[in-house]
Design a protein around this ligand. Structure first.
Ligand code: SAM
Length: 330
């Protein structure tokens, strides 16, 4: 296995793959009310291509894969896909980001197929608010998915909460309280201005991590969990006496580009070297040739921008080529 290092000395060992651009929820900040946000709707990477991309990436040094979407669990071949990816040599950590709606029925099959862990998105603990945010989702289904994931050992189970002013800020302490009795990592994420048609809404609802952290401190004394700072974007804290952890992810107020260890593949097969850049490389042009895909990954490394330049511009914009998070995968 190789060792992927970009021009700025960052080790790249993590690949996020958006395996579908459709979702069974319509979170108002992620999915447009009508249509999709895809410039060219419809093309979704095949399992065959995903496996070849994974093989190419793993020989170069990628050891961690996350499947995301859209909603990865609505892909009909998801269990088989997990099984095939987990069998690729060099893949040590296979995880999935889901809204949890279908997790109760799929968790045990996914665990058996080789999935190591899940992140579950959950922005409200109140059924009516959950329904409003997701435009129709049923909270109980996601909660059952969380219990099942814990039962199946898909751990640590991480709960991702996009914290938004006037939407779920009144629930932040309730989310933090979840960690008191449960061995969960509850991670608060700043709302990112990804879609230009969400610009005004983003301006109204954005909350910086500093405010979110203050609300968590109302639950108890919070202390940084030194032993738990992974190389991901979250900084972890423990509320005194809690079983679980709270995590804070600040893609907007404090970029973590210097620590960025990841590449992304969009649901139509393009490598996205950086969320702040419009650059993309189309892996489908390799027509299944793993050697060609490896060259493309190396090209993508060269396109990763200087973290200093992005970090020094806290108003730096996400540049998603008019794509929404459904295609990029978060
Ligand atoms: N359907 C899966 C889910 O719900 O987790 C995976 C895809 S979803 C696009 C991945 C993550 O992106 C979710 O946690 C979602 O909350 C987050 N996300 C989407 N749009 C976002 C935005 N504008 N700002 C911050 N997070 C966002």
């Amino acid at each position: 296995m190789g060792n992927l290092v970009d021009l700025f000395g960052r080790d790249i060992d993590y690949l996020r793959i958006s395996v579908i651009d459709k979702c069974n929820l319509k979170c108002f900040y992620c999915v447009p009310e009508i249509g999709t946000c895809s410039p060219e709707e419809g093309q979704v990477i095949s399992a065959e291509d995903i496996i070849k991309m994974t093989e190419a990436a793993s020989t170069l040094g990628i050891s961690k894969i996350r499947l995301t979407g859209g909603e990865p669990l609505i892909r009909k071949d998801i269990v088989d896909l997990v099984s095939r990816i987990s069998a690729v040599e060099g893949i040590r950590d296979l995880s999935l980001t889901t809204n949890g709606i279908l997790l109760k029925e799929l968790a045990s099959k996914l665990a058996e197929a080789g999935l190591n862990r899940v992140n579950i998105s959950l922005d409200s603990l109140e059924p009516d608010n959950f329904k409003k945010i997701t435009r129709g989702g049923i909270l109980e289904k996601t909660l059952q998915g969380i219990y099942k994931a814990l039962e199946e050992g898909l751990t640590p189970v991480k709960i991702n909460v996009v914290a938004m002013k006037g939407i779920n800020d009144s629930e932040i302490s309730k989310f933090a309280e979840l960690t008191l009795e449960n061995d969960l990592h509850v991670r608060f994420i700043e709302y990112m201005p990804v879609n230009s048609h969400h610009e005004k809404q983003w301006g109204d609802c954005f909350m910086p991590i500093s405010d979110i952290k203050d609300l968590c401190s109302q639950v108890g004394v919070i202390q940084e969990e030194e032993s738990f700072q992974g190389n991901g974007p979250a900084s972890y804290y423990r509320i005194e006496g809690a079983r679980g952890l709270v995590g804070f992810i600040s893609p907007v107020s404090r970029h973590f580009c210097a620590k960025c260890n990841r590449l992304r593949i969009t649901s139509d097969g393009k490598i996205k070297p950086c969320l702040f850049s419009a650059d993309e490389i189309d892996l489908l042009e390799a027509k299944g040739d793993v050697e060609k895909m490896k060259e493309m990954f190396m090209e993508a490394l060269k396109l990763r921008p200087d973290p200093e330049k992005i970090d020094k511009n806290p108003n730096g914009r996400f540049n998603c080529n008019k794509r929404g998070m459904l295609q990029i995968g978060g």
